[in-house]
Ligand binder design. Structure first.
Ligand code: HSE
Length: 436
């Protein structure tokens, strides 16, 4: 019995200490660029994690270039699972057979880690529910900004995850291309370069047309908003129409053009989102870096805003995140939080933003005052107009509008094109305050 005022020393308990000499056995679904990078990282001497052994990799065909020879390959997924790996990493990409294989792995109670954002965006509900039922962890940190581990942190920190708005650069390939355009490079050269560097998707059209970023946004909607949004419902524009002249003019207008992903569910009556190039006012945190770097501003209802940036793409970065996910998954056999079904919502373009508009004509552009009058008759007011630039046999002019609904601007520009045969291209603009 302790005497009054004294504190007993705790009784010493001998706790068994796990040894780290036995390698963790994992299997891979896929042995392409990311799978191979993961196998090489696991085999490298001096990496900072515990020993990991790749027990085998599922491949589509037995022949394959640049595969690490130390990894046994098979075209039979069942034999890989029958060998009871401690975890599986899915890096096949695409929807099938990835979906069926991930479900089968979860149903067998084996933890699974994936970098497949298309799969999670399209079938996240089914996969998370299956994981919850089986008790097998499903980790997906590498799906969004692969080199910045933030998804898992928020998944287990509901008091911090009060996010109601996301604004980010979520695709490294399109950011790289836009950054090269800013330096004066040609679009096709920039695209070839980023493909050569291994950052683009196998089909780079998903990078440049915004699909990849829209899928990542759908994952963030589910994680932060508990909302189910189809990536295909998000208003998505690509960077294909962007020119070096637009970027140079954006600078004169006090901003920079970036490939953005935007989502806001702070108003329960209106969930809004878009993906596409946008003009960021100078000083916006997402305007301060280039190349393949990704970044994300998280506005929260409590706790203030957050900003993360870092590498979002590349086989080595993705491989490191996948291996860390494996270690987390096998150290915790239960899902981090109780699974809740996400609520399906429809999304619209944000209400009223101001716009950066380019007019272009292969004859003569109408006078700026005539353009302003026509737009005003549709309730669109321009606040700044550039001088006319002649380049490549075309006349170009840019202007900025006061905030207005997207469909009203579309109607006004369609009327302008019909009346004057000039073409119009526009991107929304975001102010520095939109980052908070
Ligand atoms: N192709 C993607 C990108 C890979 O460029 O961001 C990472 O998701």
């Amino acid at each position: 019995m302790p005497s009054a005022g004294s504190i007993d020393a705790p009784e010493r308990v001998d706790v068994p200490v796990a040894t780290i000499s036995t390698p963790t056995r994992i299997a891979l679904f896929g042995l392409g660029r990311v799978g191979s990078a993961l196998a090489r990282l696991a085999a490298a001497s001096g990496h900072s994690g515990p020993p990991i052994q790749i027990s085998g990799a599922l491949v589509r065909t037995s022949a394959g270039r640049d595969r690490p020879r130390s990894v046994p390959t098979t075209t039979d997924a069942q034999s890989l699972l029958d060998a009871r790996p401690e975890a599986v990493v899915e890096v096949l990409g695409g929807l099938e057979p990835a979906r069926s294989l991930v479900l089968e792995t979860l149903r067998r109670g084996i933890p699974i880690v994936t970098a497949n954002k298309s799969l999670l965006a399209a079938h996240g509900e089914e996969l998370f529910e299956t994981a919850a039922r089986s008790g097998a962890p499903l980790r997906y940190e590498a799906c969004v900004i692969a080199g910045v581990p933030f998804l898992g942190t928020f998944e287990q920190r509901p008091f911090a995850a009060t996010v109601t708005r996301v604004v980010g650069i979520l695709n490294g390939t399109s950011h790289f291309i836009v950054s090269r355009l800013e330096e004066g490079a040609a679009y096709t050269d920039a695209l070839s370069e980023v493909q050569r560097l291994g950052f683009a998707e196998p089909d780079a059209s998903n990078d440049v047309n915004g699909t990849d970023a829209a899928e990542k946004l759908a994952i963030l909607f589910r994680l932060f908003g508990k909302l189910r949004v189809a990536a295909s419902d998000i208003d998505t524009a690509g960077i294909e129409g962007l020119t070096t002249l637009d970027i140079a003019q954006a600078k004169i207008f006090g901003g920079t053009i970036k490939p953005l992903a935007f989502a806001d569910w702070s108003d329960p009556k209106r969930t809004s989102a878009f993906v596409g190039p946008a003009l960021l006012q100078t000083g916006h945190p997402l305007g301060s870096f280039g190349g393949v770097t990704n970044g994300i501003c998280l506005r929260r209802s409590a706790g203030g805003s957050l900003f993360y940036s870092g590498p979002g793409t590349g086989p080595d970065v993705t491989a490191a995140t996948l291996l860390d996910d494996v270690l987390e998954a096998i150290s915790s056999r239960t899902p981090r939080r109780v699974w809740e079904p996400a609520r399906a919502v429809s999304v619209r373009f944000p209400g009223a933003l101001s716009w950066f508009v380019r007019l272009q004509s292969n004859t003569r552009l109408p006078e700026a005052t005539d353009v302003a009058d026509l737009l005003a008759s549709h309730g669109i007011w321009s606040c700044r107009v550039s001088s006319t630039v002649t380049r490549d046999g075309l006349e170009w002019r840019w202007f900025r509008t006061y905030p207005c609904p997207a469909d009203r601007l579309s109607a006004a520009l369609a009327a302008l094109s019909a009346a004057t045969s000039c073409e119009a291209w526009r991107v929304p603009t975001l102010e520095v305050a939109d980052a908070d």
